[in-house]
Ligand binder design. Structure first.
Ligand code: NAD
Length: 699
C-alpha cells in the first residue's frame, strides 16, 4: 500500500511510502484522500500525523506526470485533497524529514501544524522548473510567513534546512525520533480549538499599492529566464485581494496555462535530461572504484582549478609540476581562491586551513604512486602527454584510474603508451574548473566499464554534471562549438561585425557571444589547432579573419587586444579601433562583396551549425543521447536554459524548417565546401517524425 494508516491511541498515523521520494503522483493523491476520508469517518480520532517513510516526506510533483495531464486527474491537490484535510474537525500534523519540496511542502501547508527534523530540506523550487507553486503554495505560504518572505522564498526557489526555516513555517523542530516527537506534539494540540487552517487567515499586503509593482520591476529583467517569476507576484497579490477559493482557482488556471506553454517546457526537459546523463548501458554504478586520494599533474590554470574542486569534495590532492615556480603559483592560486572566500565572509578560517592542508605540492612521481586517481593537466601537446602517461604507467599502483584533461587530443593514442588502457579515461573539466559544472567524461575504446562508473561517481562527489563522450577531435562540446564559431567568423567576412554577432546571439539568450568568448579563452588556442589541421590536410578550410587577428598578436584579454580592446582594471570590452579595417581588407582579399546581414541570419547560421554537427555526433555514437548534448551545452557553453539546449530547440523549431533553411544557406554562404548539407540523421528523423533531443544510440 502506498499510503497506510496505523491508529495509535486515537491518533491516525498516515504514512506515505512509495519506496522512492513520495511524489504526489495520482496513486499517492488517491491513497491520501482515502486515508483522510477514513479520518472523518472515525468518531474516535483525536488527531492525525502525516509522515513520509523512506528518504523523504515528499519531494513534490512527479515531473513526468507534470508533462502529461495526470496532475489534473482527480483528486487534484488544490481542489480535493487539501480542502478535505482543511475540513477535518481534528488537527493534522505534518511530520517532515528528508525532502519536503514543492507539492510536498504545499501538502504540509494544507495541514494544521508542521513539525520537522532539523535537517529536513524544505523549499518551493518550482521556479527552477519554469513554473510556480500551483497547489495553493502562493496562497498558503504568505499566510504562514508573510508576503515579503513568501515572495523571496518562491522567487529564489532555494531549498533550506528546517532549522533555518522562516518564522511561521514550522511549529516545532523535533530533535529526536520524528514520529515520537510528532505524536507528542499531536497529543498536546489534539484538543486545541479552533483547529488552525491557513486559508482562513487573512493576508495583508505590505507597503501599500506600490509594493507589488516594485516587486514586478525587480523580477522581470528577462522573463524568458524565469517564466514563473511574474505569476508568483501576481498570485501573491491575488492572495491579498481575492476571496480564498477564487484565488486558488486562479492560481491553478494560471499554473496549467504556464505548464502547457512553450516557455516552461524546456526547464522540465532540462531537469530530467540532467538526471539521465549518468545512466550508461552496461555500466553498473555499484562497480565504481573508491577514490579516497588523488594526484594532479600540471599546476597551471586547469590543474589548480581541479585541485580546488577535489579538495573541496574532501579528497586529498597531491600536485606535481615539472616547474617549481609553476607549482608554487598553482598552490598560491588555490590558497588565494579560498582566502577571498574568507574575506567575503563565505568561509571560516578553519575551513580554509583544512582545504589548504588537503592540497600538497610534490616533486616526484614516486610520491603519487599510491593515489587512487591521477588527473593529468599538462600542456596540450601529444608527445608531452604521452611521456607523462608512460611515467604514470610505471609508478601508479594497480587499479589506479589514469585520467587526462585534454580538450581535444586522441585519448586512445594516449592510453596506448600504457600497459593498462582499461584504466585510462578523459576527465575534461571546463575553465574555471572549480566553478564550471560540466565534466565531459571521455570514454576510450578500451576504457573499462568500472573506470567509467568511477568517473561518474566522482562527478557526483565533485558536484559536477557528467556527460559521456566518445573519442573524436574536440569531443562533443568543442567539436560543435568549432562549427558555431566558424559560422560567426564567416558572417563577419561576409558583412557582419563581431559586435553585431555577439549582440544578436546574446539577445537570443547565449551567455556570451562567440567573439567575447574567443577573447576570454584566447584566440591563439584555436589558432594552434588550425595550424595543426592545415599541416595534416592541405585542403583544410577555415575562416581567414581568425588567422588575420592572431597574426597581429590580438589574442584577446591576455594581450589587451582581440576582437575587442581591454583596458587594465576594466572588464568591459571596448571596440578595437583597428579591427574594422582588417575585416574589410579581408573581405576584399576574399573577393566578397560585403552585405547587410540580419540578426536572424546570424542566430540561425550559428545555432543550426550546432544542430547539424550534433546530428553527426549522435550518428557516430560519440554521444549516447540527444539530451546529453543539450546538457553539455547548458552547463559548459552558456546555452540558454529557457531554450532547453540546441537539440530541444531544434525539435521545437521543427526539423523540417531547419533542413529547409540549411539548404538555403548552402546556396548563399561561403566557407567550407558542403558545410551546409543536412546530416542524414536529421533527414531520417524528420521523415519519421521523431525527436532529435530524445534520440538514443542503441548500444
Ligand atoms: P597551463 O599552461 O596553464 O598549465 C600547464 C602546466 O603543466 C604548467 O604549469 C606546466 O609547467 C606544466 N607542465 C608542462 N609539462 C609538464 C610535464 N611534463 N610534467 C608536469 N607538468 C608539466 O595549461 P592549462 O590551460 O591548465 O591546460 C592544461 C590542459 O588542460 C591542456 O591539455 C588543455 O588543453 C586542457 N584544458 C584547458 C582548458 C582551458 O581553458 N585552459 C580547458 C579545458 C581543458
Amino acid at each position: 500500500m502506498i499510503v497506510e494508516t496505523d491508529v495509535r491511541d486515537g491518533i491516525h498515523v498516515i504514512s506515505m511510502q512509495d519506496g522512492k521520494l513520495n511524489c504526489m503522483a495520482t496513486p499517492m493523491r488517491r491513497g491520501l484522500l482515502e486515508a483522510i476520508d477514513a479520518v472523518s469517518a472515525d468518531p474516535d480520532c483525536r488527531a492525525v500525523v502525516l509522515i513520509g517513510r523512506g528518504k523523504a516526506f515528499s519531494a513534490g510533483a512527479d515531473i513526468n506526470e507534470l508533462n502529461s495531464v495526470a496532475p489534473i486527474v482527480q483528486p487534484a491537490l488544490h481542489q480535493m485533497l487539501f480542502p478535505a484535510i482543511e475540513a477535518l474537525s481534528v488537527p493534522v500534523i505534518a511530520a517532515l524529514h528528508g525532502s519536503a519540496l514543492g507539492g510536498g511542502l504545499e501538502l504540509a501547508l494544507a495541514c494544521s501544524y508542521r513539525v520537522a527534523a532539523p535537517d529536513a530540506i524544505l523549499g518551493l523550487p518550482e521556479i527552477n522548473l519554469g513554473l510556480f507553486p500551483g497547489a495553493g503554495g502562493t496562497q498558503r505560504l504568505p499566510r504562514a510567513i508573510g508576503v515579503e518572505a513568501a515572495l523571496n522564498l518562491m522567487l529564489a526557489g532555494d531549498t533550506f534546512p528546517a532549522a533555518k526555516a522562516p518564522e511561521g513555517l514550522i511549529d516545532r523542530i523535533v530533535e529526536g525520533e520524528l514520529l515520537q516527537g510528532a505524536l507528542a506534539f499531536a497529543d498536546e494540540v489534539a484538543d486545541a480549538r479552533p483547529v488552525p487552517v491557513l486559508m482562513k487567515k487573512s493576508v495583508a499586503a505590505p507597503g501599500g499599492a506600490g509594493f507589488f509593482q516594485f516587486a514586478r520591476g525587480a523580477a522581470k529583467a528577462d522573463p524568458r529566464k524565469l517564466p514563473g517569476a511574474l505569476p508568483i507576484i501576481d498570485m501573491v497579490e491575488a492572495a491579498t485581494k481575492l476571496p480564498p477559493a477564487k484565488a486558488i482557482d486562479l492560481e491553478f488556471e494560471t499554473f496549467t496555462t504556464l505548464m502547457r506553454s512553450d516557455a516552461s517546457k524546456p526547464f522540465r526537459y532540462a531537469f530530467l535530461a540532467e538526471r539521465a546523463t549518468s545512466a550508461i548501458p552496461g555500466v553498473d554504478p555499484k562497480s565504481a572504484r573508491p577514490v579516497a586520494s588523488a594526484a594532479v599533474i600540471g599546476a597551471g590554470t586547469m590543474g589548480a582549478g581541479i585541485a580546488i574542486t577535489l579538495s573541496e569534495a574532501g579528497i586529498p590532492v597531491r600536485i606535481l609540476d615539472l616547474n617549481a615556480e609553476a607549482l608554487q603559483r598553482g598552490l598560491d592560486y588555490c590558497r588565494k581562491t579560498w582566502d577571498s572566500r574568507v574575506a567575503k565572509g563565505r568561509m571560516t578560517d578553519a575551513k580554509r586551513d583544512t582545504l589548504v592542508a588537503n592540497v600538497q605540492g610534490v616533486e616526484s612521481y614516486s610520491e603519487i604512486g599510491e593515489c587512487d586517481l591521477v588527473i593529468e593537466a599538462v600542456v596540450e601537446q601529444m608527445p608531452v602527454k604521452k611521456a607523462v602517461f608512460a611515467e604514470l604507467d610505471r609508478v601508479m599502483k594497480a587499479g589506479a584510474v589514469l585520467a587526462t584533461n585534454t580538450s581535444a587530443l586522441d585519448l586512445d593514442e594516449i592510453a596506448a603508451v600504457t600497459g593498462r588502457a582499461g584504466d585510462v579515461i578523459g576527465l575534461h573539466f571546463f575553465s574555471p574548473a572549480n566553478i564550471m559544472k560540466l565534466l565531459e567524461v571521455v570514454r576510450g575504446k578500451n576504457t573499462a566499464p568500472d573506470v567509467l562508473a568511477t568517473a561518474l561517481a566522482l562527478a557526483k562527489k565533485l558536484r559536477k554534471i557528467p556527460v559521456v563522450s566518445g573519442v573524436c577531435e574536440g569531443f562533443i562540446g568543442n567539436r560543435m562549438i568549432d562549427r558555431y564559431v566558424g559560422q560567426a567568423m564567416y558572417l563577419v567576412e561576409e558583412g557582419a561585425t563581431p559586435q553585431q554577432v555577439d549582440k544578436a546571439l546574446e539577445r537570443w539568450g547565449m551567455a556570451m557571444g562567440p567573439f567575447r568568448m574567443g577573447d576570454v579563452v584566447g584566440n591563439d588556442v584555436p589558432w594552434e589547432g588550425r595550424k595543426r589541421n592545415r599541416e595534416a590536410d592541405a585542403d583544410f578550410v577555415s575562416p581567414v579573419i581568425a588567422d588575420e587577428i592572431c597574426e597581429r598578436g590580438w589574442f584577446g584579454q591576455k594581450t589587451g587586444l582581440g576582437w575587442y580592446k581591454y583596458v587594465p582594471g576594466q572588464r568591459k570590452p571596448l571596440p578595437n579601433p583597428d579591427l574594422v579595417e582588417v575585416i574589410e581588407a579581408t573581405s576584399v582579399r576574399l573577393g566578397i562583396e560585403r552585405r547587410k546581414i540580419s540578426d536572424e541570419e546570424i542566430v540561425r547560421r550559428c545555432i543550426f551549425a550546432l544542430v547539424n554537427e550534433a546530428a553527426a555526433i549522435l550518428d557516430e555514437g560519440i554521444a549516447q543521447r540527444g539530451s546529453d548534448i543539450d546538457i553539455a551545452y547548458l552547463y559548459g557553453y552558456g546555452f540558454p536554459r529557457f531554450r532547453g539546449g540546441p537539440l530541444f530547440f531544434a525539435d521545437q523549431a521543427g526539423l523540417y524548417a531547419i533542413i529547409r533553411q540549411i539548404r538555403k544557406f548552402a546556396a548563399q554562404s561561403h566557407g567550407e565546401p558542403d558545410f551546409w548539407t543536412p546530416h542524414p540523421l536529421l533527414l531520417s528523423l524528420c521523415e519519421s517524425g521523431e525527436s532529435l533531443s530524445q534520440y538514443e544510440v542503441t548500444p
